[in-house]
Design a binder for this molecule. Structure first.
Ligand SMILES: Cc1ncc(C[n+]2csc(CCOP(=O)(O)OP(=O)(O)O)c2C)c(N)n1
Ligand SMILES: [Mg+2]
Length: 1022
């Protein structure tokens, strides 16, 4: 394809002053342009579309044609073909049979210019350059409205935001902001001229042509009134056309009087609820919805419409603003439960509780509009704005997964946002990037932004650099519907379109409710301190309930009496609930659980752990399958290196031993056999960061041909999900937490690439994992695998920050729990999470299985190894995993020292990898009789009973805690007071390890080696 030739053909024909002419000057210099003779007038007339304002369009066409000749109309195809074949100027054009596929809007060009000769006629209209140019300009105008109409739409109830609106001409001419230079083609005198409508618009309805005035008017109505649609960046033509139709087709926004009355009733409730709370609890923070009361009818409309399209369950996440109103009027949580939260009552059940505007809920109810039963959950969330986004997505995904809803037809997530948080919080972006990933998609989320044009005291111009607070959604090609929240009917329309979009395309969509905040950030805040002009204006605004009530009264849809009646009726409901709430003497945290696990706890002994050992046949079966090529091995080309790994795995199985990867596979496989879904998610987890896992084998010759042995162990096994995630910690960990909330009978695991990366997910760890059960009595058995260990890899890849997890555990270092037969499980039941540093595959195997064997769920944080993955000494025999075996919270000394404890001079406690260095050094120093070494596998809750027993055994030994982490890191500060408590402060334990440091590890290999040597010497120096 000779682009240069065709362009030169086009360029040589471009009149001065056009973009093409500018391109000509750029490409060939000014003299060439000047020197070339002007084309003969007849030739110009034959290719009139190369003139003036159409040149941009021609360039666009040409570029599209280069990419795909079929993407342009046949006439352009012919022209570009001829031009590129060297046709003389004026001869490349051939009149097309028609300019478009016949559609209801189609007017064949032949009806305007049957033969496109030098003086074509349509009826009595002569087809001139101008006619063609004007049509192209109209087409440009239409496209400009679709792409840029939102810039002048009347979106802001306050009218303070839109500089662009000032550009609106006092005539019927369109705004220059929207149509830019296309407007130059026309004056007022052109308004009555009729133009053919192109395929790319639906404003004509059944009309194929319309007067310019009417075209502009309809486009203004579609794109520049209360709704601003941003969608032209979407790469799918089908999706763009779908949206055009939804907003352009005449009559799309029409509502019948029943719908209007319902809308008014819902607005009445939304408004009435806030007004009631303001009256009854005037000095209480509630983050009221005043200024965006339309949110309630909007959510209900989304829910009604989606329910009618088949959705049965809604999982929602939202911030503080309007949360109580949503609980009351969308979820229909009993009002008395909400009101009692204001009373400052003691809680009657477990949990430390949370403020009322963070609590979650779960309701099942009848959707009256569709007469279908639906489930509604609002996920509890911390103050941290947007943190619940990925949690909602994970919970939604899990619901879809366990309901077999593979296309997301039955379960829908709705996320609400504030304008400042939506643009400011990076987690929003991270969450959007999960939206289309195969193992993370929820098949489209409906986002609703309460865009009150302020964040606490900060104006948008100070809080974001993007034009809209919603621009982040463009990255996933989500359409964005901005709408003036004071136009309730427009809001209902975008809600319907959003629900339809999600149901049709299963992609995210954003509704931007442009509104205002009538009060301060909360009810006891003074907004005039910082936004005096905005609030002067707000004070003059009528609430939307009044605006809409008046509108419907004027339209005679309702009478003033009816409006009052609806209001009074709701008022009465509120008063009744208020009196019920007043009688209450306590609150129940359990009323606010967002993910009830019905049936899980019933009939269970709350202090009984099921066995975690497994029959040897099971271990062998899993081991063999895991070590084998796919059943169709002859067709499936495996990498030679992988084959070697499989062979060595098989050797281990034959010799009844397991390394780390095999131990893990046996834990997963045995759970899968028992019907427990296992999901392992994180960056590069399929192979494993350290190339030890290889759960997904890749055909070396066929793209996307894969084999997953653990998913193919048994015919009736549970599903196994292993998925490489996006390069995010915050969103992915949040997602997995949400996933783990849905079904307690699933082992959900997130693995960090290196342990230290968990700190970019800190909010999920602090706000949800460590404190979630206490705040929201919500349990989660989520497992974190955090590669950890000082192996000379520098400051960033050595520490998973074990100390932080230990610092956040909820057990008291000064209190020795009472001993009993069920000491260990009581400890587990009482603590907020479990922290372990396993040193053997068997230990890892049992602790993973124990997550499911427990009669409750606790998060489990495991420091996982790196070099131990391949260390021959760090293998376990099947004897440690078979029936009758269980998780060892501590491995006591089992070597020569244990046979003669009286002669032992030192008892070292340690945890994790350093154990292997210590036993090697002890051996080399010939101290195996003198020094005992015990390994703490479960650090928290602390195995007091076992530690005490070991200390008692070596009654005269000096006690040392040895760790490879620096002194202000690792487990030392957790261990020290607990050992002291265990020994009634009668024996002392000293520290052997690296000194304190600001950095987690040295970046210098030599220093690392020196430090490691020193810590071993210190540990063993008698
Ligand atoms: C991550 C995070 N940072 C800061 C805050 C403190 N904060 C609470 S509300 C708020 C303003 C939120 O503005 P916006 O998102 O527009 O919601 P609005 O309150 O206007 O509804 C801020 C900064 C927070 N809750 N979370
Ligand atoms: Mg705001």
């Amino acid at each position: 394809m000779n682009r240069a030739r065709v362009l030169s053909h086009l360029l040589s024909r471009a009149p001065p002053g056009t973009p093409l002419a500018a391109a000509r000057t750029f490409l060939y210099g000014g003299t060439r342009g000047k020197a070339s003779a002007p084309p003969p007038p007849t030739a110009l007339a034959a290719e009139p579309f190369l003139n003036g304002s159409s040149s941009n369009y021609v360039e666009e066409m040409y570029t599209a044609w280069l990419q795909d000749p079929k993407s342009v109309h046949q006439s352009w195809d012919t022209f570009f073909r001829n031009a590129s074949a060297g046709a003389a100027p004026g001869t490349a054009y051939t009149a097309p049979p028609s300019l478009a596929e016949p559609t209801p809007h189609h007017v064949p060009l032949s009806s305007i210019a049957p033969a496109m000769s030098t003086s074509p006629m349509v009826g009595d209209v002569q087809i001139s350059d101008k006619v063609i140019d004007d049509h192209l300009a109209v087409q440009g105008i239409i496209r400009a409205y679709q792409a840029r109409g939102h810039l002048v739409a009347a979106l802001d109830p306050l009218g303070i935001d839109r500089e662009a609106l000032k550009d609106r001409p006092p005539t019927t001419l369109p705004s220059r902001t929207v149509v830019r230079s296309y407007v130059d083609a026309f004056g007022e005198e052109d308004m009555e001229r009729s133009f053919k409508l192109p395929m790319s618009t639906y404003v004509g309805g059944k009309e194929r042509q319309l007067p310019l005035k009417e075209i502009i008017q309809r486009l203004e109505n579609a794109y520049c009134r209360s709704i601003g649609v941003e969608f032209m960046f979407i790469n799918s033509l089908e999706q763009c056309n779908w949206i055009r139709q939804k907003f352009e087709a005449p009559g799309v926004m029409t509502m019948d009087s029943m719908e209007k009355r319902l809308l008014l009733a819902r607005l009445t409730r939304s408004h009435g609820f806030e007004a009631f709370l303001a009256r009854k609890f005037s000095s209480e923070k509630r983050f009221g919805l005043e200024g965006c009361e339309i949110l309630i009818p909007a959510m209900k409309q989304v829910i009604d419409r989606s329910t009618s399209l088949g959705v049965e369950s809604f999982v929602m996440g939202m911030p503080h603003r309007g949360r109580l109103n949503v609980l009351a009027n969308v979820c229909r949580k009993p009002l008395e439960h909400i009101f009692t939260q204001f009373a400052g009552l003691e809680s009657a059940d477990e949990g430390s509780g949370d403020v009322k505007y963070h609590l979650g809920t779960y309701q099942e109810r009848l959707n009256r509009v569709t007469n279908k039963n639906i489930r509604l959950a609002i996920v509890a969330n911390p103050s941290h704005l947007e943190a619940c986004d990925p949690v909602v997505q994970g919970k939604t995904r899990a619901e879809q997964f366990y309901h077999g809803d593979s296309e997301g037809k039955k379960v829908l997530s709705i996320l609400l946002h504030g304008d400042a948080a939506f643009s400011g919080q990076g987690i929003v972006y991270e969450t959007f990037h999960l939206s289309e990933l195969p193992e993370y998609t929820t098949h489209g989320t409906i986002h609703i932004v309460v865009n009150n044009q302020i964040g606490f005291t900060t104006d948008p111009r100070m809080s974001r650099s993007s034009p809209y607070c919603t621009d982040v959604a463009r990255v996933v090609n989500a359409p964005i519907f901005h709408v003036n929240a004071d136009d309730p009917e427009a809001v209902m329309h975008v809600c319907n379109v959003a629900a339809d979009w999600r149901s049709t395309f299963h992609k995210d969509v954003v509704i931007d409710l442009v509104c205002y905040r009538r009060n301060g950030h909360n009810e006891i805040d003074e907004p005039m301190f910082t936004q005096p002009l905005m609030y002067t204006r707000i004070r003059k605004l009528k609430p939307v309930i009044e605006l809409y009530g008046d509108k419907l009264i004027n339209e005679e849809v309702v009478t003033p009496e009816e409006v009052k009646e609806v209001k009074d009726k709701y008022e009465k409901i509120l008063e009744t609930a208020f009196s019920v709430a007043k009688q209450q003497t306590q609150v129940f945290n359990k009323h606010w659980i967002d993910s009830p696990w019905s049936g899980f706890f019933e009939g269970k002994d709350p202090l009984k752990i099921s066995p975690t050992g497994v029959h040897e046949d099971t271990l062998k079966h899993i081991g063999k399958k895991f070590s084998s090529a796919p059943p169709n091995a002859s067709d499936f080309v495996i990498h030679r290196g992988i084959q070697r790994i499989l062979n060595s795995r098989m050797d281990m199985v034959e010799s009844r031993t397991a390394d780390w990867a095999l131990g893990e596979a046996m834990a997963f496989g045995s759970l899968l056999k028992e019907g427990t879904h296992v999901r392992l998610s994180g960056q590069d987890v399929e192979r494993g960061t350290f190339s030890h896992r290889h759960h997904v084998l890749h055909h070396q010759k066929v793209d996307k041909s894969q084999y997953n042995a653990l998913a193919n162990l048994y015919r009736d096994q549970a599903p196994y999900t292993v998925c490489n995630s996006s390069l995010s910690e915050y969103a992915v960990l949040g997602f997995e937490l949400g996933f783990s909330m849905t079904n307690p009978n699933a082992l959900v695991i997130w693995e960090a690439q290196f342990g230290d990366f968990n700190n970019t997910a800190q909010c999920i760890i602090d706000q949800f994992m460590s404190s979630g059960q206490s705040k929201w009595i919500r349990q989660s058995g989520l497992v974190l695998l955090l590669p950890h260990g000082m192996e000379g890899m520098g400051p960033e890849h050595s520490s998973a920050r074990l100390e932080r997890f230990l610092q956040m555990t909820s057990d008291d270092p000064d209190v020795l729990p009472p001993f009993s037969d069920d000491f260990a499980i009581r400890q587990l039941s009482d603590i907020n999470w479990i922290v372990a540093n396993c040193s053997t595959p068997a230990s890892y195997f049992h602790i993973l299985r124990r997550q499911i064997a427990l009669p409750f769920r606790k998060p489990l944080i495991i420091m996982t190894p790196k070099s131990l993955l391949r260390l021959p000494e760090a293998r376990s025999s099947f004897d440690e995993m078979i029936e009758g075996t269980e998780f060892q919270r501590m491995y006591p000394e089992a070597g020569p020292a244990s046979n003669n404890p009286a002669s032992v001079k030192r008892l070292i406690f340690c945890s994790g990898r350093v154990y292997y260095d210590l036993i090697q050094a002890r051996k080399e120093a010939g101290l195996e009789e003198k020094i005992a070494i015990a390994r703490v596998e479960q650090i928290a809750p602390f195995p007091y009973d076992l530690v005490m027993k070991e200390c008692a055994k070596y009654a005269d030994a000096e006690l040392v805690w040895s760790q490879e982490e620096h002194k202000n890191m690792g487990a030392w500060s957790y261990i020290q007071p607990r050992i002291s408590t265990a020994l009634n402060h009668e024996r002392h334990i000293s520290y052997a390890g690296r000194p304190v440091s600001a950095s987690p590890a040295t970046g210098n290999k030599k220093t690392h080696i020196r430090e490691s040597k020193q810590l071993l010497e210190d540990s063993l120096a008698l």
